[in-house]
Design a protein around this ligand. Structure first.
Ligand code: C2O
Ligand code: CU
Ligand code: CU
Length: 476
């Protein structure tokens, strides 16, 4: 494992812009300690790459099977930056989009063609512990690991990525990540835009940096909020645009970055959020902006005017992507229902209460004073129990993630959660001044293979800010 470096201590260094034909970036301000983002300026230059939909094999008994390989590759990031990468499914970066319907029996087979041990975790999926793909399910080089489970949750934007203790950040940074979409037969799913790649677009946001050879410059940063890199990529594309039909376009935003929190807004249309990590909100929420921490997803809908342009923006980078109405593509078929889902607040009567404090421990990070230990199970949860967890941090920014369950945010700093946190979530932002109370019901699978709870800032996770829980049948 590489040690954290002190590169980020070069605070306030002013980087001069490479200004010239074909260079899509211009630096507009001094690079600071935590936020060396290079503003995206000038016209959007590159067509967005949209991951292909993987084609499953359907067995006679209806089981939906996907076979994907994780293998080394080479990706052209533009501007002469051609780098070794990792990719699922034979591409040069990221991976194909997998789709599963609610109620389906699924088999997800992952073959490891890299030279090092990996795992593949289905982030946000409610699956048995030995199918979860956490650190206890290593895939040795050359081996195939198969997760098989029934899909017990409704429509949601999930994702998959490696989860090996100590190398998660490095493998994700190299490109190992993809979308896993759950479909259902709800009214919202029927009427919202749902033509993949046309009016239903996955957008995976990652910041990256490069060395003098144009190769990815991965590093683990112990200090502060971890690695913050200067260049933004959306599905691996820099400074992207996408030609779309006019009308409602659904964007499935995923923050797949190592440590960066985005502050998303929309220029040219309203930002209407329809789903959080675990599925639809109760009703669409019109927001000024939306913070997205590593691991979090948000589905938003924007109304692109005829012949018009809508930009998705981030506070640090400026433009994320430009959506251009293309008359040849006609009008989007989707519409926006007034109600999306019914979300019953969990009954907290008699719930088990626990607290989790996020802070520096040793030369890394920990939870409640302890660093991750593969041999120690931190909590055993009784199957069927509802638990209420109070999350606090000593300082900085964290993204608390729990495997297996989707939780509800009960309160943020004593108040009801804002609309963007009012639905099902599996990852939630916790800053040094926050007290966030979440609740979950552990009523699907029991598991002796531990599930993880951890900070999704990958630097923090790899440096110890993680713990484990099992779910045991309640004594009768
Ligand atoms: Cu995105 Cu423990 O995972
Ligand atoms: Cu996860
Ligand atoms: Cu953290």
């Amino acid at each position: 494992m590489r040690r954290p470096s002190a590169r980020r201590l070069l605070a306030g260094v002013v980087v001069l812009a490479a200004i010239g034909a074909g260079v899509g970036y211009a630096v507009y301000r001094a690079v600071s300690f935590q936020d060396p983002a290079v503003r995206v300026s000038g016209p959007a230059e590159n067509p967005l790459w949209v991951p292909s939909l993987a084609t499953p094999a359907i067995a006679d008994d209806g089981t939906v099977r996907y076979d994907i390989e994780l293998a080394p590759s080479t990706h052209d990031f533009g501007d002469g930056r051609v780098s070794p990468t990792l990719a699922y499914g034979g591409g040069s970066l990221l991976g194909p989009t997998l789709r599963l319907g609610e109620g389906a029996s699924a088999q997800l087979a992952v073959t490891n063609r890299t030279g090092e041990i990996t795992t593949t975790h289905w982030h946000g999926a409610d699956v048995p512990g030995d199918d979860d793909g956490g650190p206890h399910s290593p895939i040795a080089p050359g081996e195939t690991w198969i997760a098989d489970f029934d899909v017990v949750q409704s429509a949601a934007t999930l994702w998959y990525h490696p989860h090996r203790m100590g190398t998660t950040a490095e493998q994700v940074y190299a490109g190992a990540a993809g979308f896993l979409l759950i479909d259902d037969a709800s009214v919202a799913s029927e009427v919202l835009p749902r033509e993949y790649g046309v009016n239903d677009i996955p957008l995976l946001l990652q910041d990256r940096d490069f060395d003098e050879n144009g190769e990815l410059a991965y590093e683990l940063v112990a200090a502060g909020r971890g690695d913050q890199d200067p260049y933004l990529f959306v599905n691996g594309t820099s400074n992207p645009y996408l030609d779309v039909p006019a009308g409602l376009i659904r964007l499935r935003l995923l923050n797949g970055s190592q440590g960066r929190v985005y502050d998303i807004a929309v220029d040219g249309a309203a930002l209407t959020m329809v789903a959080s990590d675990g599925g639809y909100l109760a009703t669409p929420a019109v927001l000024d902006d939306l913070e997205l921490a590593p691991g979090e997803r948000a589905e938003i809908v924007v109304d692109v005017p005829e012949d018009g342009v809508v930009s998705i923006t981030d506070d640090a980078f400026g433009r994320v992507i430009e959506l251009r109405a293309d008359p040849d593509l006609g009008r989007s078929a989707g519409s926006l229902p007034e109600r999306l889902a019914t979300i019953e607040p969990l009954d907290l009567d008699g719930a088990v209460e626990r607290s989790f404090h996020l802070e520096e421990v040793g030369d890394g990070w920990g939870i409640n004073g302890r660093q991750m230990d593969m041999g120690r199970v931190d909590l055993d949860i009784a199957h069927g129990d509802t638990e209420v967890w109070t999350l606090t941090a000593r300082n900085g920014i964290h993204a608390f993630h729990v495997h297996q369950v989707q939780f509800q945010v009960v309160t943020r700093n004593g108040a009801p959660p804002p609309p963007e946190e009012s639905g099902w979530k599996d990852t939630v932002r916790v800053t040094g001044s926050d007290t966030v109370v979440i609740a979950a019901r552990f009523d699907s699978f029991t598991s002796e293979v531990p599930y993880m709870f951890h900070c999704h800032l990958l630097d923090h996770e790899d440096l110890g800010m993680m713990g484990q829980f099992t779910v045991s049948a309640a004594a009768s």
